[in-house]
Design a protein around this ligand. Structure first.
Ligand code: ZN
Length: 217
């Protein structure tokens, strides 16, 4: 995919979501000339970590590793609802930024994934479906998915895997979470290299996405 000069909007619920789901891809696309914006809808303060207040600065530091733009909103953590306010927010960013590609959460059902991820993903889909200028919309792989996730787009992030691990490691406030273990981050990337069925997958690392909208015009 030729992304020179194209805009990408990645919209996620919490600080650390973009890093866990698709940091390698965002870093690669920035390097290849895209203009990447990451929208974080909440400040992630509803956590049992004593470092809750640090979460925005952690994700800001991570953004500097890839040099993308970070946008922080202040919706109530844990209480995101796919309502007019949230959909209007996404509408506004689509209008203002005019992205070619939009990435968001895979909408895991509540109980399997975080309720905020589900709400934000639905708001993004609502908005993208009505926007004729967004050509691609992708669900990024959740860090854990015991239920179905059927990726059909794989991005080679071999050259960016170490940077992704650095970005995840910056989230010191979340180090008690199992999915933050750097071995898991690498294992997922190696697994998707195998599943992508590309020649010479050994030693390579990929991120996985599900295409929910794709237009070549
Ligand atoms: Zn999250």
């Amino acid at each position: 995919m030729q992304l020179q000069g194209k805009k990408v909007l990645a919209a996620f619920a919490h600080p650390d979501d973009a890093e866990l789901c698709c940091f390698g891809t965002l870093a690669r696309w920035m390097k290849e000339g895209a203009e990447v914006h990451v929208l974080v809808a909440t400040r992630g303060t509803r956590t049992n970590s004593a470092l809750a207040a640090e979460r925005i600065s952690e994700t800001l530091q991570a953004s500097l590793l890839a040099d993308y733009m970070m946008i922080s909103e202040d919706f109530p953590d844990g209480h995101l609802v796919c309502n007019t306010e949230l959909v209007s927010l996404i509408d506004r960013y689509l209008r203002d930024l005019d992205p070619h590609i939009v990435i968001t959460h895979y909408p895991q059902p509540v109980g399997e994934g975080h309720q905020d991820h589900f709400a934000l993903s639905n708001a993004v889909m609502n908005s993208v479906r009505r926007n004729q200028r967004v050509k691609w919309c992708l669900f990024a792989e959740p860090p854990t998915h015991p239920g179905p996730f059927a990726p059909n787009l794989f991005v080679d992030i071999t050259a960016y895997l170490d940077l992704k691990k650095q970005a995840v490691a910056l989230h010191m406030s979340q180090q008690n979470k199992a999915y933050m273990v750097l071995d898991s981050v690498e294992t997922r990337a190696r697994w998707w290299a195998l599943q992508s069925y590309v020649e010479g997958f050994k030693g390579r690392a990929f991120e996985a996405f599900q295409v929910v909208k794709g237009v070549i015009d």
